[in-house]
Design a protein around this ligand. Structure first.
Ligand SMILES: NC(=O)c1ccc[n+]([C@@H]2O[C@H](COP(=O)([O-])OP(=O)(O)OC[C@H]3O[C@@H](n4cnc5c(N)ncnc54)[C@H](OP(=O)(O)O)[C@@H]3O)[C@@H](O)[C@H]2O)c1
Length: 334
């Protein structure tokens, strides 16, 4: 049996130059390992872009490097000393440098049992986990606060807005297309939806929310970051969960402006960053809470309806996300 993999073969600005599909044989299972057939994989195109450009400081990459982070699939073989998983079980896996392939051999401990290998369970872990932990541990969101979320209809954003409403917060959601506005409306959790292509976000926040934003949750950067920062409330928190504009442009915009403390000192406000892998100890608890909420229909999971199939489609799915077209989580079916 051969294993088709998308690997980074060299650093480059463009995925088509950096990555290539190869075929490898599947390594033999050791006694505590299981073989998983990946069924759906999650696309994290902005993170991937930094990876194939060689910009992720904590990854020491050796070529060829299988990339991709999350998958859900089926256990198809088990080692002799495997105790908890069996053939036919559905599992979720999350590890940088593993997902973009048809099969993977993993230690049993890295296969998280799930009821079914669906795109929804794929979205809950780790995207949902990121939303949950960023709000809890970094934003420290409190009941009835005012929160503004950028890229609110994306994989991460659509979960952030729902979790914020569970705390009875006033939720302002920013997104970039009518399709995304429609998705946000179906969630029934946004008090104000701003389509940034039709309305000027800065003007709205300056006039309606001046010094009223308790939490700015930003995945976009640049002028969105600036306007969130400007309108923070006393003790407000600006959480940087992504910097899409900087990554897509390929370099950090240089600006002439006072240092960040000019905006936050007198308000006792703060600017904070979220980084999922730094909260490993919290992952399992967050995952279990989210699985339960999803199963109890307290949380809606939206998967982008564009169909991408096969390892060959990963690059197309990445381009799609980088063009800002994603509505919900982008997944590839294998
Ligand atoms: N720090 C962490 O640990 C962590 C974990 C998970 C995700 N993230 C970050 O969270 C963000 C959301 O991730 P996701 O995978 O769920 O993606 P996504 O939100 O589904 O897609 C990205 C969205 O960002 C917006 N955007 C604005 N400017 C963009 C640009 N120049 N290029 C591309 N997109 C742009 C677009 O939404 P609009 O059209 O609505 O503006 C786009 O649809 C990403 O920045 C990702 O890196 C970080």
């Amino acid at each position: 049996m051969k294993n088709k993999q998308l690997v980074i073969r060299k650093f480059s600005n463009e995925i088509h130059e950096a990555a290539v599909i190869i075929e490898n044989s599947i390594p033999k299972l050791s006694s505590k390992e299981v073989l998983v057939k990946n069924m759906y994989i999650g696309i994290n195109a902005l993170y991937d872009r930094e990876l194939y450009r060689g910009n992720v400081p904590y990854i020491q990459m050796k070529f060829p490097y299988v990339f991709g982070v999350e998958s859900v699939g089926e256990v198809i073989a088990i080692g002799k000393q495997v105790k908890h998983l069996k053939k036919g079980d559905a599992v979720s896996t999350v590890k940088v440098g593993t997902a973009y392939q048809q099969y993977q051999v993993i230690p049993e401990s890295e296969g998280i049992s799930i009821p079914e290998a669906t795109p929804e369970y794929l979205t809950l872990n780790p995207t949902g986990v990121s939303a949950y932990l960023a709000l809890k541990k970094v934003a420290e969101l409190k009941p009835k606060e005012t929160i503004v979320v950028s890229a609110a209809a994306g994989g991460l954003g659509h979960i952030v807005v729902q979790l914020a409403k569970q705390k009875e917060c006033h939720v302002i959601a920013i997104c970039g297309t009518e399709q995304k506005v429609a998705l946000l409306k179906t969630l029934n959790c946004c008090d104000r939806i701003i389509n940034h292509r039709d309305e000027d976000v800065a003007t709205i926040l300056d006039t309606e929310y001046a010094s009223k934003i308790d939490v700015g949750f930003d995945s976009v950067g640049r002028h969105i970051f600036d306007t969130f920062l400007k309108n923070l409330a006393p003790l407000g928190r600006l959480v940087i969960s992504g910097i899409a504009t900087e990554i897509n442009e390929g370099k950090f915009q240089e600006i002439k402006a006072p240092r960040v403390y000019e905006s936050i000192y007198w308000k006792g406000a703060s600017v904070r960053c979220f980084m999922n892998h730094l909260f490993k100890e919290e992952h399992s608890e967050a995952r279990n809470i989210l699985y339960k909420q999803y199963e109890n229909k307290e949380l809606q999971i939206k998967v982008d309806t564009t169909i991408f199939t096969g390892i060959e489609a990963i690059m197309d799915a990445s381009e799609y996300l980088l063009q800002g077209r994603s509505c919900g989580k982008v997944v590839v079916a294998l």
